[in-house]
Design a protein around this ligand. Structure first.
Ligand SMILES: NC(=O)c1ccc[n+]([C@@H]2O[C@H](COP(=O)([O-])OP(=O)(O)OC[C@H]3O[C@@H](n4cnc5c(N)ncnc54)[C@H](OP(=O)(O)O)[C@@H]3O)[C@@H](O)[C@H]2O)c1
Length: 239
């Protein structure tokens, strides 16, 4: 059975990605850090899926994930979805805010891809899908750090695509707009209304909207690599 790993499967978008890949016939490795209950509930509904617990902000955590994947079989799809935000105006930011968000969002994506791509190269087949954000292209008030990490993920995607193309390992980013998950649940009503006014489709996205694009890139999209796919209800068209 084809094997797919989704990081942050305990979260909103990650869980929808696990579901979409299981529906497409993958055996899914559901990674989580602290959301054991969510991850376990999801695992019970997805045939043949299994759980991997790890903190991806450490090298040891990443190595743990890779070891378990090696034991499970040949990996075809990696979805680098785990991420965090640390919002606040630049003028109030503290020096130490930088390291955590850069480590969780950027370093883990870069290093896990490096390790998993080595496994994919042996089979001359693989798909890596990085979840970035519309904010990585547009910027946003209070998200200087978050937006910077997501822009970096898009650039990483482009360079890695060039390096991995010879091995038939394709790598793309998906840049979601504002999606209804825990990450956006604390937005004050005013901010939510301001966001909605910028979305031509007049609604927040659902995790499934992102997961459908993940499924496409995992199973179709044979001529797509190094690209950023925008899933945002029309608020930004790329270019
Ligand atoms: N929601 C949006 O509007 C939106 C828009 C654009 C992009 N995104 C991106 O989409 C991805 C998923 O976000 P979401 O909205 O689904 O948020 P979420 O529900 O808060 O999920 C975040 C996930 O990341 C995991 N995670 C956080 N820090 C981690 C660490 N140090 N090690 C391992 N895992 C860690 C969490 O694991 P545990 O809960 O198990 O600790 C959780 O599964 C993120 O990369 C986010 O930046 C979200």
């Amino acid at each position: 059975m084809k094997l797919a790993l989704v990081t942050g499967g305990s979260g909103g978008i990650g869980a929808a990605c696990c579901q979409a890949l299981a529906d497409a016939g993958f055996r899914v490795a559901i990674h989580y850090r602290s959301g054991k209950e969510n991850a376990e509930k999801l695992q019970q509904t997805l045939p043949d899926s299994f759980l991997i617990q790890a903190d991806l902000s450490t090298e040891q955590g990443i190595d743990q994930v890779v070891d378990l994947i090696k034991e499970a079989g040949d990996i075809e799809v990696l979805v680098n979805n785990a991420g965090m935000t640390a919002d606040g105006p630049l003028l109030r930011a503290k020096y130490e805010n930088f390291d955590q968000i850069v480590t969780v969002n950027m370093k883990s994506t870069w290093y896990l891809t490096r390790k998993i791509a080595r496994l994919m190269i042996k089979k001359k087949h693989g798909r890596v899908i990085n979840i970035s954000s519309v904010v990585g292209s547009t910027g946003n008030y209070g998200q200087t750090l978050y937006g910077m990490t997501k822009a970096a993920i898009n650039n990483f995607t482009r360079s890695a695509a060039i390096e991995l193309a010879d091995y038939n390992v394709l790598i793309n980013s998906i840049a979601p707009g504002f999606i209804d998950t825990k990450m956006t649940s604390d937005l004050p009503q005013e901010a939510r209304e301001a966001i909605l006014s910028q979305i031509p489709l007049k609604r927040m996205g659902k995790p499934e909207d992102v997961a459908k694009m993940v499924r496409f890139l995992a199973t179709e999209g044979d001529y797509c690599t190094g690209s950023v796919f925008h899933v945002n209800g029309g608020m930004y068209g790329g270019g």
